[in-house]
Design a protein around this ligand. Structure first.
Ligand code: GTR
Length: 367
């Protein structure tokens, strides 16, 4: 563990990589009100330069349960719900699924933007999660809008209505994140969910989505980004593997168009990705990596936690508690408000990741 006031090995890596502090260095402590102002500035910056703003607002929202069935040997009720959102005279619907244990208590729960809608699927050991006393509210991201450059379907159609995107209009990550918050709106109507223990979780592009959601939507007590990599948790300056150039050229639809000015120009970003991780503060945040996921770059994901800890510490919270070295396979740092693990294997969502997350949550939520 490191000693305060002495530059650690990790701090020197961060300064060599040009990682800046998030907050005014002259002060050691801040109030939550002061942080709230800084947090809004950071979110504005992240939306303006990277993910974009949703340029219109919701006028009404309705939920219809379209199917209910018993699942996991009768231990869980699996329901399909249709969310219908109106924006003035235009409306748009997307389905999502709730898997809630049948007991009498209120359950902590995951809001989970997922790649597919099938339950169970390989990203998602549903029975084991419910047996551990968690509920899951999941949706298939492409039911919100397609994962390509077509902005004329789903939510994108309603938002843009045939017009061109402006430089700071939302990309698709922001739209998927919007949908995760609508699923949270539904959670608020259910008596058997514990609203003080809401978690948003995702992997890869949906890990970026989860981070953005948890930064913007303060109803989530914990945000989990599994292997979110470039433009997710991993700091961009000096990053190995995927860079802004690679991600923007392959997936321009994920971001606002203005983000392209940082291609081969990371040093001029007015933030780095540790700002996004820190924007979840004072709530808990968890970043997870896989050892062979070199494209995401585990070290850069981990360093983001190290750098984001500043905000938690200045708020008097425990932040990221870790040794002064880069992560090794099998590491799981669960002591502080920022959690991290590095598991063996490839870029994916493994059962092992879920087990780490539930262990962290049980500890933090005292369950
Ligand atoms: C990769 C991409 C990553 C990550 C991942 C995913 O191909 O380069 O940024 O988003 O896909 O979402 O699976």
């Amino acid at each position: 563990m490191y000693q305060k006031g002495v530059q650690t090995m990790l701090e020197s890596i961060l300064s060599q990589r040009g990682i800046t502090k998030i907050w005014d260095c002259s002060k050691q402590a801040y109030s939550l009100d002061q942080w709230e102002k800084r947090r809004v500035e950071i979110l504005t910056l992240l939306c303006r330069e990277e993910y974009g703003f949703i340029p219109c607002s919701l006028t009404s929202l309705r939920f219809d349960v379209v199917e209910d069935k018993q699942y996991c040997a009768g231990k869980v009720t699996l329901s399909k719900v249709l969310a219908t959102a109106e924006f003035g005279d235009k409306s748009f619907s997307f389905p999502f699924y709730t898997s809630i244990p049948n007991g009498k208590q209120q359950y902590p729960f995951f809001v989970f933007p997922n790649f597919r809608d099938a339950i169970p699927n390989r990203c998602f050991p549903m029975e084991e999660i419910c047996d551990n006393g968690f509920a899951v509210l999941s949706f298939c991201y492409q039911d919100v809008t397609s994962d390509d450059n077509d902005f004329s379907n789903g939510l994108a159609k309603i938002i843009f209505d045939g017009r061109e995107r402006k430089a700071d209009d939302c990309g698709k990550l922001a739209m998927w994140s919007w949908a995760a918050s609508r699923v949270m709106d539904y959670a608020e109507t259910l008596p058997n969910l514990d609203l003080s223990k809401a978690v948003v979780v995702g992997v890869s592009r949906l890990g970026m989505t989860a981070l953005l959601t948890g930064a913007l939507d303060t109803r989530f007590a914990c945000t989990i980004a599994n292997e979110s990599g470039c433009s997710g948790a991993a700091i961009s300056r000096g990053k190995k593997g995927e860079r802004i150039k690679d991600i923007y050229n392959r997936f321009p639809q994920w971001f606002c168009e203005g983000y392209k000015k940082y291609i081969d120009n990371e040093q001029n970003l007015p933030f780095d990705q540790h700002f996004l991780v820190a924007a979840v503060a004072p709530r808990k945040v968890y970043v997870a990596s896989a050892s062979k996921d070199w494209w995401s770059d585990p070290d850069s994901e981990y360093l983001s936690c190290v750098a984001a800890s500043e905000v938690y510490e200045k708020l008097g919270l425990s932040g990221f508690i870790h040794p002064d070295r880069l992560p090794e396979v099998g590491d799981a740092f669960h002591e502080g408000d920022i959690g991290y693990h590095l598991r063996d294997g490839l870029h994916d969502f493994s059962r092992e990741d879920w087990l780490y997350f539930m262990r962290f949550l049980k500890r933090k939520f005292k369950i």
